[in-house]
Ligand binder design. Structure first.
Ligand code: ZN
Length: 753
């Protein structure tokens, strides 16, 4: 999704305490605990849980609740090995969902029958499976989601509160395996409050054999919430995401750091998104005849009308989630198409409320442009549809969210060309479509490694903005009329929020829910984009693109980890040392970059009194003799150079520049400019915490500056990168003037986004 509004705000001071608290990062055992925690909670409507496990079906533990960026590369055959495109299906399918759902748009409820077919990929019988019941995050204050909101001070998106009568939940009405009742109970894999009901345990009457399948029949009832954190209703608009019981992922040894089978099925956390198996979805949705339906996947056959109702049927294989939208007050959808090498013909649709026609037109173009950019820079888009929904005014909570083959954009009342609204419409579409790659096809775990989807996607989005020469105009139509039109590049924006004056409290490889604050979680987006921008500056554009193409080729239709990304980039780019250094500093670690010019001096190199050794004896030149020699030489020089400027003379100058780093090693170029307009350029490798460079020149230095081409954005303080010998000289001021003014403008406008 797009970041929360607070997440977009610049963190001015992260605090020392938080950095200290993260010294412990990486020391948590990556191994899963031997057994899941005792689960005794019995919620309302539950049937009694089965006790014990049958012979040969030992308990499979949960992944650690402290899981975060994985540092061990997955095994080559993880998730069935790389996909070549020649297999019977694009992905190695694990699940199939057949769902028949009926929406009551007045009560905002869904009643549905779900047939979940699940394949046991492990080498042991499985008696217990776990499912997500995401909608229960919105049942009330007791959920893990809303507890984190209250106790952690976390915020989501626009943070609209839920009022009386607007809560949501999902209720299991029936759970059966081959006609036999399946006992179930709520569990808390992350140690969340007992009042959380977002994960449920099914104890199957019949264990699933190794490599075998089982089908579970589930009847469920959704009470949708007033739109909150991606899902729900506003008026007749219904965005239906995270709406059905969805099985967790059974990870095997060699997959994302697992050393033995483990259940990866986290509670629904406030900052978190999702993680699920590859499979096929076959969904029928019945709505009133007057409603339009937009859905993931392709529509099968014509809608079937029965009385006042109509049933649509959508099917999509090789995805890991499924969402849809129903509304009765939308305009007819805009339609477009994309055709490109390696992709099937793609039908593009934009569903929108009439007030957002301009936004919808921009969204259609941005979607098509995004398919082209992502499919030509990473790998072909493999699906036949891409659908964008612009949510209505007052339903912004549903905007800016990704699902495969369908996503929500955002609407802005002023989206005229070259305004901040237009940039936001384009950016949200690019970002949410981009998730179709980073999260969609490269199906990372959004709970544990959100930087792999949000951060990598943000980086690739900004590369697309850069490729289309699209700067962000920080203005509105009205302000433009009076000539106010500052611009900022996409990466400049990321830097302003992700690096400038930022001392991160969390590594960007932290999981989604253990960030200190929503601002710190926002770093998953902007700091990742900035780190990757600077890595690209270090290893070059071609090497970066080779690295990312390698990542896509190896990991699409699988579930890559941070270590898998690092390894694929290292291998593809041929720049292993740099890639690994940058990942260890920034993804697994919490290091800032801050290089600076500590001092700059230029002193005349005058003869000095003392003895010298020559022809076997020491000869002394006294201070008086030296002073005379100096004044004679000056007088002689002045005679010969009557027009000499102040400061010029017969003696050379020694310029000494001391550079320092207060953060991680980051090699940079040092440029020293002299009064005769000559320059000296030095590559500083940054190995030591400081380095002194000495120059002997006929004139004094004017200024010294690190990174004069301004290639690196990660440096927390750019103002100290320049040092002028005299206070009013140019270099230091260059940074202060343009950066701080642009950032100030940004601060004032971010609130209007
Ligand atoms: Zn996102």
């Amino acid at each position: 999704m797009t970041r929360t509004r607070t997440g977009a705000a610049v963190v001015l001071s992260a605090g020392v305490v938080t950095a200290l608290s993260w010294l412990a990062f990486g020391q948590h055992p990556a191994k899963p605990s031997a057994t899941p925690p005792e689960q005794k909670r019995i919620g309302s409507g539950e049937t009694p849980a089965a006790t014990g496990t049958p012979e040969g079906a030992a308990e499979i533990p949960f992944v650690s609740p402290r899981a975060h960026a994985v540092e061990t590369p997955s095994a080559p055959n993880a998730w069935g090995g790389p996909r070549t495109g020649k297999e019977a299906t694009l992905s190695d399918r694990v699940v199939k969902y057949d769902i028949d759902a009926t929406l009551d748009p007045k009560a905002h409820t869904i009643d549905a029958q779900e047939k979940l077919t699940w394949r046991n990929r492990s080498d042991r019988p499985v008696k217990t499976i776990y499912l997500h019941l995401y909608l229960n995050a919105f049942e009330g204050p007791g959920s893990t989601f809303l507890t984190e909101h209250r106790e952690g001070g976390f915020e989501f998106r626009s943070d609209v509160g839920t009022k009386d009568g607007q809560w949501g939940h999902i209720e299991l009405k029936k759970v059966e395996q081959a006609g036999a009742t399946v006992p179930w109970k709520f569990v808390h894999p992350d140690g969340g409050p007992e009042t959380d009901h977002t994960v449920v345990r099914f104890d199957l009457p019949t264990a699933v054999a190794p490599g075998g399948n089982t089908t579970v029949d589930i009847a469920f009832h959704d009470q949708l919430p007033r739109v909150i954190a991606r899902t729900g209703w506003f008026g007749s608009f219904h965005m239906i995401g995270q709406w059905f019981p969805k099985v967790g992922v059974l990870e095997l040894a060699g997959e994302r750091g697992a050393t033995a089978p483990r259940w990866n099925v986290h509670e629904f956390h406030l900052h978190s998104e999702f993680y699920a198996d590859w499979g096929e979805y076959d969904v029928r949705m019945t709505v009133p005849k007057s409603f339009q339906v937009a859905s993931a996947g392709e529509e099968e056959g014509a809608p079937v009308v029965k009385g006042d109702l109509v049933t649509h049927h959508f099917v999509q294989g090789d995805v890991h989630d499924f969402a849809w939208m129903a509304a009765d007050n939308f305009a007819p959808p805009l339609e477009g198409a994309y055709e490109g090498p390696g992709s099937p013909p793609v039908k593009v649709k934009v569903f929108y409320p009439p007030e957002y026609k301009v936004d919808a037109e921009r969204s259609l173009q941005a979607t098509i442009d995004s398919i082209r950019f992502f499919s030509t820079t990473l790998g072909p888009y493999p699906y036949r549809t891409s659908t964008c929904i612009v949510p209505p005014y007052n339903a912004g909570e549903a905007g800016g969210m990704e699902y495969q083959t369908i996503f929500t954009g955002d609407g802005f009342l002023d989206a005229a060309p070259d305004t901040i609204g237009a940039a936001a419409v384009d950016f949200v579409v690019i970002h949410e479509f981009g998730h179709g790659y980073f999260y969609g096809l490269l199906a990372s775990n959004e709970f544990e490694e959100p930087f792999l989807d949000e951060g990598m996607n943000e980086y690739w989005d900004m590369r697309m903005m850069r490729a289309r020469n699209q700067d962000v105009h920080l203005t509105s139509s009205t302000l433009k009329r009076i000539g106010f039109d500052p611009t900022l590049s996409g990466f400049g924006y990321e830097r302003a929020t992700g690096a400038l004056n930022v001392h991160p409290a969390d590594p960007i490889g932290e999981n989604s829910w253990d960030h200190m604050s929503s601002e710190s979680y926002g770093q998953v987006y902007s700091r990742t984009a900035t780190v990757m921008h600077d890595l690209e500056e270090r290893i070059g554009k071609d090497a970066t693109e080779r690295g990312f193409r390698n990542y896509y080729a190896k990991w699409h239709f699988r579930h890559p980890s941070a270590a898998d990304l690092m390894d694929a980039l290292a291998e593809g780019s041929g720049e292993r040392a740099t890639v690994e250094e940058v990942f260890h500093q920034n993804v697994f670690g919490v290091q800032t970059v801050d290089n600076r010019v500590q001092s700059l001096t230029s002193d005349e190199e005058l003869p000095q009194p003392g003895t010298t050794y020559k022809d076997g004896k020491w000869t002394e030149e006294t201070k008086e003799q030296v002073d005379k020699r100096i004044s004679d030489k000056r007088a002689e020089w002045k005679k010969a150079h009557p027009d000499a400027k102040h400061g010029e003379g017969p003696f050379p100058y020694r310029t000494v520049v001391t550079v320092r780093r207060d953060g991680a090693r980051w090699p940079e170029t040092l440029v020293v400019k002299f009064e005769d307009d000559s320059t000296e350029t030095i590559k500083w490798d940054g190995e030591r915490l400081w380095q002194r460079f000495t120059f002997h020149k006929p004139v004094k230095a004017k200024w010294a500056e690190l990174d004069p081409e301004r290639r690196y954005y990660l440096d927390a303080n750019k103002v100290n990168d320049g040092h002028a010998r005299e206070p009013d000289s140019s270099a230091a001021r260059r940074w202060t003037s343009d950066l701080s003014s642009a950032v100030e403008v940004l601060y004032s406008l971010v609130g209007t986004l």
